[in-house]
Design a protein around this ligand. Sequence first.
Ligand code: ADP
Ligand code: 5GP
Length: 195
Amino acid sequence: MIGNIIVISAPSGAGKTTICDAIVKSDKNIVRSVSYTTRFPRSGEKNSREYFFVQETEFKQMIKEKKFVEYAKVHNNYYGTSTELVDKILNFGKNVLLEIDVQGGLKIKKQYPHACMIFVMTKSINVLKKRLILRNKDCMETINVRFNNAKKEIQYLKKYEYLVVNDNLEKAIDSVKTIIKSLKYKILKNQKYFD
Ligand code: ADP
Ligand code: 5GP
């Protein structure tokens, strides 16, 4: 039995990490894929937990060696999803949760048409900026880059299948859980259903 792929994308500050943390904590059948990135760790982040933090030369070598199922340059840094890790999780029969940007999300959908595509957003774009500032993890320059990119990322919304507005956090987590639960009722083209 092969697991499902769940893609969660959102502009920075919309709350996807908070939601994904709650999802993987509540369901042992959902495993988050740890990505590779060239960005510097934020305070409190640990190598191999939030990300595998690598130098750009190592990342580019991995691209050459085709180690990524998808990768993208996001907010001036590289991020990539390991093919090996995703395959491992799926072959264990678990669902893999990919917390990736919209460019990566579309690449995954192309390769895995059954991937479940969830977009998370705040009620308004101004709330995003407030949350980025309140998170207190990035300098103002970085926050501005992320905020400006948010406007472009929102244009990808219609390429996704589900929208979760993260106003009330508990409700947003519940909505994502409901979407994921519904996946087991999805009709898959290559699956045999009856004897
Ligand atoms: P992302 O991973 O999308 O960049 P985070 O999960 O880091 O976003 O959330 C950004 C900030 O907003 C964090 O400080 C988080 O605690 C906070 N946050 C998340 N969801 C909510 C919410 N529903 N209401 C208020 N603050 C929230
Ligand atoms: P952050 O620096 O805030 O952790 O992440 C910045 C952006 O990169 C977010 O949109 C996040 O979802 C995205 N991201 C994280 N890992 C990957 C990945 O492996 N591939 C892609 N394409 N985007 C990723």
